[in-house]
Write a protein that binds this ligand. Structure first.
Ligand SMILES: *[C@@H]1O[C@H](CO)[C@@H](O)[C@H](O)[C@H]1NC(C)=O
Ligand SMILES: *[C@@H]1O[C@H](CO)[C@@H](O)[C@H](O)[C@H]1NC(C)=O
Ligand SMILES: [Zn+2]
Length: 993
């Protein structure tokens, strides 16, 4: 008896077991998930798909834990563990009932707590399509302020967990974004690349919705990318009533609607009236949609805690409504799911309208534009972006350690879980209650701590040559120019880790103590150019900063190896006076490529010259007064966490008696420190060799003693003729054209001239003119931005509001920290130049701004010679750099000793004559000492092999250009990448030396 026979026997036994379990329900076969389990529609009827669902926010009014356990019910009645318990109970004895579940952050937690018998019941429900996972990400992520790397990570975390738990039957086919506040084209593109067959959402602009219900275009094919890859179209459906049940038919314990009372003897008997009302609503909805199939969302926030209440009433509704078919009723009701509804539409021979732009911004009425949250909680948004970068490094280091079979400290899951939760549409958006924001920060902080343990393990493993262990590795808060190890030691080692698969040069700045001159030695022990420059006054005064450092040591870390590190040595300079640069009274700073000129009178930038071409411009901080109001009617809407609504259409000048400036010159970096007033200041910076200008601003505490909320912008004005057109990125990837006061898809009425022209910016915003000049600003975190006048760009950097905007959060967005209004520090990169060069710089600098090197410190009194005898000063974990237009988006360890790798083409079509071309990347020999024995391509989520993907095919009004089928082009280990394309592979590596 061979191994095969044994395996077959086991399989037979398992099959018998499954059939036995389900023998009580002969109508449904086991392991029969997917579209074939869908209920059949009735020809000639209006088929009403009832979708039982719960919307479980991963934190909002309560923390994630409080929602899971059902704690603090005085804030909100909600307990997710009871919801899943109750739904499983109600499904198991009723084969016709169906339910969908969405948020894996909650489900995976619940699953871990179940015993085997419950797990097997749930597996059976999933295998039969009665419990269906929809979306399946860790959370339902926000689409305006989430970075694409984080969207991919959080979706993959959920999708891979689902595949590991349930296999193919657990794979979601539908993206379910019912609550996020506007919808991004890049998000749709990513969903298409993940293999989804459809996207459903609830929120779109009120004028867009009116237009679509009138024209029956609530469902469409969204062409989500300009890239020639062949799967970027996505069937998209807008829900009729957000994600709520029809008015009057909310059957949850939290609702007060009448149950169906079907005892004819009861004086409250109401079946006839209830069924008539329900069918009237179905009729109304059917009139707004293209086919005779409609989907009704039967559930809401944290519903189904007592699932019996919902299901029992829906059972009756279905029974009595369908009974009318014998009297000629045209309605056919049944339990369904979004995927079954999608499949039903796909079966109708209908040609669907197409859409190419996005669904931003979202106005829920004429004075409620959801554009404030693009900026709300700017410090939290920055912490998330930094943690995202750290997580990528950490995953790479973890993969390197795993490959070598090395043990490591630190739990990567803590960080993945925290980052997954942070992408939720009330987390990264900044639309949660203050106590929840604090809990999020704590979750993320714990993730950061775990990642640092992994980093330490990496250095301890990779840098040690012999048996002498590496001294303690320390980390610090460079974002506030505070660093205990570098401030309190006058001799230390700096490890700089580069997570890019390119060799890069990066300027490093570390706070150091006064009174000592330092020199920096490179990895070979040679002295490098360095410079010591004073820390801006406003940075030294940051609330919470505990540091005596008054200056920073600056040097250029050259040729940092791909996925690798270099160690630099900082030592006291034996002789000489203090070399810290003295302030000057100059009105310009420059390097060999760029110079910045300030106006002697105003202290503001008056021109920037790049490669000999001078652009006159003015950059300044201004503020909008937040509208106050009681929200009792549309025109009384207040500006708040979600909504941006300024008082008046022009921003106001800063209270200031003139901007004070101080200039510092040097060989490596030159700076102008500007001070507007005690709460607004900025450092303008140009580094040697760079073509962009860095603007390092500090804003806050925003004063509100006058009772007026304030929203602060940085605005740059030029005389460029940009024809009311500007461009913003989507989730840090593709670029969308925006035209002032115009929506591509629907007639739009100007009611909020400022707020309704704000768009989310995750990496870049620019204007250009017809003669090829372009002005671009890059951001270090999501912000709202616009161009309200020709040649102008503005970005909202901080906001502090005193009124709630009445969308549920119930608090004003009035952030405090260290006993005063929140102070925020951030960076903008300003790029001026011709269009092509600007796009090239935009792509490379936006990756630079995001993927800043990880810096750690080791105080040590060893000399360079002593140190380098014990430890490596340079290490790289891949064998070579990738092409300049390719980003190694992901490298992480999977269960079972495999690795997930993603390669990304970072240019879009037409951005650069050379870099936008198709590129081939070889994986051969990429991991030193290992060979790749298999590389299986997967969909973007890493949960399904590409060869198994079989997406539904749709008839679109303007059909897609058919690109060649990619599968034929896969020649592992050579990977072909088209513009903007991301390809994912599961690798098996085998050691060869
Ligand atoms: C498993 O858990 C369920 C739900 O908590 C419980 O009703 C059941 O008795 C448990 N089964 C076993 C075998 O422990
Ligand atoms: C998904 O799960 C199935 C069943 O466990 C497994 O065979 C398959 O390899 C998994 N797919 C991926 C892409 O990991
Ligand atoms: Zn929500």
């Amino acid at each position: 008896m061979g191994i095969n026979t044994v395996l077959k026997l086991v399989c037979v036994i398992l099959m018998v077991e499954i059939i036995h379990q389900s023998s009580a329900r002969p109508s449904i076969r086991a392991d029969n998930c997917g579209y074939q389990t869908c209920p059949l529609e009735k020809e000639g009827f209006i088929n009403v798909h009832l979708v039982a669902h719960t919307h479980d926010d991963a934190g909002w009014l309560k923390t994630v834990d409080q929602y899971y356990y059902g704690a603090r019910s005085q804030i909100q009645e909600a307990g997710v563990q009871y919801i899943i318990d109750s739904v499983v109970d109600e499904l198991k004895d009723h084969p016709d009932r169906r339910f969908i579940y969405v948020e894996m952050a909650f489900f995976s937690r619940w699953w871990e707590e179940q015993n085997e018998s419950t797990k097997s019941i749930v597996r059976e429900l999933v295998n039969q399509g009665r419990l269906e996972f929809i979306n399946g990400g860790w959370c339902m992520n926000d689409e305006a302020t989430a970075y694409y790397v984080d969207i991919i990570d959080q979706m993959s975390l959920g999708l891979i967990t689902l595949n590991d738990t349930f296999g193919e039957c657990g794979r979601p086919r539908i993206a379910w974004q019912i609550d996020p506040f506007g919808h991004s084209r890049e998000q749709a593109n990513l969903f298409a690349e993940m293999g989804y067959d459809g996207l459903f959402f609830g929120r779109l602009d009120h004028e867009d919705k009116r237009e679509r219900t009138t024209k029956k275009t609530m469902e469409m094919i969204w062409k989500a990318s300009n890239s020639p890859v062949n799967q970027s179209s996505l069937f998209t459906a807008v829900n009729y009533n957000l994600y709520q049940p029809p008015p009057g038919f909310c059957f949850d314990i939290y609702c007060n609607d009448e149950p169906i009372i079907d005892d004819p003897k009861s004086k409250d008997y109401n079946v006839e009236q209830r069924v008539t009302d329900f069918l009237n609503y179905c009729e109304e909805q059917a009139n707004a949609y293209a086919t005779d199939s409609i989907l009704l969302t039967m559930g809401s926030d944290f519903h189904y805690q007592d699932a019996n209440v919902w299901f029992k009433n829906m059972d009756k509704l279905i029974k009595y409504a369908n009974a009318r078919q014998t009297e000629g009723s045209r309605f056919n009701l049944f339990y369904s799911t979004p995927s079954c509804y999608t499949k039903a539409l796909n079966d109708h021979a209908v040609t669907w309208p197409t859409k190419t732009d996005d669904f931003f911004p979202y106005g829920s009425d004429s004075h409620a534009y959801w554009t404030g949250y693009f900026t709300s909680r700017p410090a939290s948004k920055y912490m998330i972006r930094q943690a995202s970068n750290l997580l990528q490094s950490c995953k790479q280091m973890d993969a390197t350690l795993a490959r070598q079979g090395a043990t490591k400290a630190g739990d990567l899951f803590t960080m993945k879980d925290a980052m997954g939760i942070m992408q939720h549409h009330d987390a990264v958006t900044g639309t949660e209650k203050q106590h929840v924001a604090e809990d999020y920060a704590l979750l993320l902080h714990k993730g950061v701590e775990e990642c640092r343990k992994i980093q330490t393990s990496y250095y301890e493993k990779e840098l040690v040559l012999g048996n002498t262990p590496l001294p303690k590795v320390s980390y610090c808060q460079l974002n506030i120019s505070q660093c205990e190890p570098s401030e309190t030691n006058n001799q230390f080692v700096i490890n700089v880790y580069n997570s890019m698969a390119l060799e890069v040069d990066r300027y490093i700045r570390v706070p150091v103590a006064s009174g000592t001159n330092f020199r920096v030695l490179d990895t070979l022990g040679n002295t490098m150019p360095s410079q010591s420059i004073p820390i801006a006054e406003s940075v030294k005064a940051l609330p919470g900063r505990v540091s005596t450092a008054t200056r920073e040591l600056v040097f250029l870390a050259r040729q940092l190896p791909p996925l690798g590190s270099k160690s630099y040595f900082v030592q006291p300079e034996p002789s000489g006076e203090d070399e810290t640069i003295e302030p000057e009274n100059k009105s310009s700073i420059s390097n060999e490529k760029v110079s910045v000129e300030i106006d002697d009178v105003t202290g503001l930038i008056k021109s920037v010259t790049v490669n000999g071409k001078t652009t006159p411009l003015k950059q300044e901080f201004l503020w909008y007064a937040s509208k106050s109001g009681d929200n009792s009617e549309a025109d009384k809407r207040a500006s708040g966490a979600y909504i941006f609504r300024p008082e008046g259409n022009d921003p106001l000048a800063m209270p200031s008696s003139g901007v004070r400036t101080t200039t510092y010159s040097g060989d490596l970096v030159q700076e102008i420190h500007q001070v507007y007033n005690p709460w607004v200041s900025q450092t303008i910076r140009v580094y040697k060799g760079q073509e962009h200008v860095e603007l390092d601003w500090v804003v806050g505490p925003i004063p509100v003693e006058d009772g007026i909320g304030k929203e602060i912008i940085s605005r740059i004005s030029t005389d460029m003729v940009s024809k009311e057109t500007f461009y913003t990125d989507a989730n840090g990837r593709q670029t969308l054209e925006r035209v002032l006061d115009v929506r591509e898809s629907y007639p739009y009425t100007v009611t909020e001239p400022v707020a309704a022209n704000y768009y989310p910016v995750n990496s870049h915003i620019f204007v250009k003119d017809s003669i090829g000049n372009q002005m671009t600003v890059l951001v270090d975190r999501p912000q709202g931005g616009s161009s309200l006048h020709d040649g102008e760009l503005e970005l909202m950097v901080h906001r502090r509001c005193l009124y709630d905007d009445a969308f549920g959060v119930g608090e004003a967005l009035n952030e405090m920290a260290y006993g005063t209004g929140l102070v925020v520090r951030g960076t903008h990169f300003l790029i001026l130049g011709d269009e092509t060069n600007s796009m090239k710089l935009t792509r490379s600098l936006s990756h630079e701004l995001y993927k800043q090197p990880q810096i750690s410190f080791i105080p040590s009194t060893l000399s360079y010679q002593e140190w380098s005898a014990l430890y490596k000063t340079e290490y790289q974990s891949i064998s070579r750099t990738l092409p300049n237009n390719v980003n190694l988006l992901t490298l992480e360890t999977l269960a079972g000793g495999k690795y997930l790798i993603r390669l990304e083409h970072i240019y879009d079509v037409g951005e650069d004559p050379i870099l936008s071309q198709t590129v081939t990347v070889s994986l051969e020999g990429l991991f030193p000492g290992f060979t790749i024995t298999s590389a299986e391509e997967t969909m973007l989520g890493g949960n399904q092999f590409k060869k198994d993907s079989n997406r539904l095919i749709w008839n679109a009004a303007s059909p897609e250009r058919k690109a060649g089928h990619q599968m034929g082009e896969v020649r592992i280990p050579a990977v072909l990448l088209k513009p903007m394309e991301i390809r994912s592979f599961i690798l098996t590596l085998v050691r060869i030396i």
